[in-house]
Design a protein around this ligand. Structure first.
Ligand SMILES: [Fe+2]
Ligand SMILES: [Fe+2]
Length: 145
């Protein structure tokens, strides 16, 4: 369900592509903040597309999504190493799939090929990662294993 803003008066389209839900929080502050940050950059990309922003703006926002993804993976992996997470390699491999896709195929070329498809892919990937994959280490840490 998309959220409407009070300023959604036809002049500005403020529909959010991904609406953050409280159940997305893992309870690990830096990771939750970064997940919200990534969702925010994806929403900015959607907004830029909807409002037909120019190539320079789009390029910057696509760069933000990509850079933030890399920063988040590095921070999360450092955190998981320090916690001694037993399934670290498997989790890192999931991150590497997206790292590989964004750097080898190139975020900008994925966007140019089909912008809506790229946005849908990012949305699905991140919702699955936040709600399913990252929950695995959260549950592991909570279990005190
Ligand atoms: Fe992760
Ligand atoms: Fe994550």
């Amino acid at each position: 369900m998309e959220e409407k803003s009070i300023t959604d008066d036809g002049l500005f389209n403020h529909n959010l592509f991904i609406v953050w839900k409280p159940e997305y929080d893992l309870g690990i502050h830096i990771i939750d903040e970064q997940h919200k940050g990534i969702v925010s950059t994806i929403n900015s990309l959607f907004y830029a597309m909807q409002n037909k922003h120019g190539e320079n703006v789009l390029k910057s926002v696509i760069g933000m999504v990509t850079e933030y993804t890399h920063i988040h993976f590095d921070v999360e992996e450092d955190f998981l190493r320090k916690c001694g997470f037993s399934d670290f390699k498997k989790h890192q491999a999931w991150h590497n799939e997206l790292r590989h896709k964004l750097s080898h195929e190139g975020s900008k070329s994925l966007w140019d090929h089909n912008a809506q498809e790229f946005l849908d892919f990012l949305k699905d990937w991140w919702i699955d990662h936040i709600c399913e994959k990252d929950r695995i280490f959260r549950d592991y840490l909570l279990s005190g294993a």
